[in-house]
Write a protein of this length. Structure first.
Length: 190
């Protein structure tokens, strides 16, 4: 039951985008098409899950024992940057169209505050390793859900008759705000 609560909380109640407002840059930048949003979401799932696992181990087995926990943020950023490079190399070899579609946004995962935020949150929440991986994976799934949902709405909005001044980013920001309010409604469930 404990893991179920972590999953539901991370995906819906405390959605990293709609409730915590982390990862907004790739959320707005890559959510024009469902296919691109899905690819970005899957890359983020991989990076967040792996980064959280590695940063958890680094924190508990290197930073804390050597009394250098103050280096947490810098260390976590270096680990995340290395993992993003790994994802970029793999995507370039395995899925060149997806690599091209993600373009500049793939390296931006390195500076995606959602990835760093999750790595720091698991330390602050004092999760064990399994809870950390479950929380990180669920948070990444919530990120992906938000991306795909928003991309679907944006694709639909392209076909709608919208006033000229509202086309593009203005209507996207209003839609994101409304989605955020909808997801915050889940907070009453827990």
């Amino acid at each position: 039951m404990e893991y179920f609560v972590i999953i539901i909380g991370a995906v819906f109640v405390n959605n990293i985008i709609f409730a915590q407002f982390l990862g907004i840059c790739p959320f707005l930048g890559v959510s024009n098409k469902i296919s691109t949003a899905t690819g970005m979401g899957l890359a983020v799932v991989f990076v967040i899950s792996l980064a959280t696992t590695v940063t958890y181990l680094v924190h508990h087995y290197i930073l804390v024992p050597y009394n250098i926990a103050f280096m947490q943020t810098v260390t976590f950023i270096l680990v995340i940057a290395a993992l993003v490079q790994l994802v970029e190399i793999i995507l370039k070899k395995v899925a060149p169209p997806l690599y091209q579609a993600l373009g500049i946004f793939l390296p931006l995962i390195t500076t995606n505050c959602a990835v760093l935020g999750v790595a720091i949150l698991v330390i602050q929440k004092e999760f064990n390793l399994i809870q950390s991986v479950v929380f990180a994976s669920a948070t990444a799934v919530g990120f992906t859900l938000a991306m795909i949902l928003f991309a679907g709405i944006r694709e639909h909005l392209e076909l709608m008759d919208i006033p000229e001044g509202m086309k593009g980013m203005p209507i996207a920001l209003i839609t994101a705000g409304l989605l955020s309010l909808a997801f915050m409604g889940f907070a009453g469930l827990v």
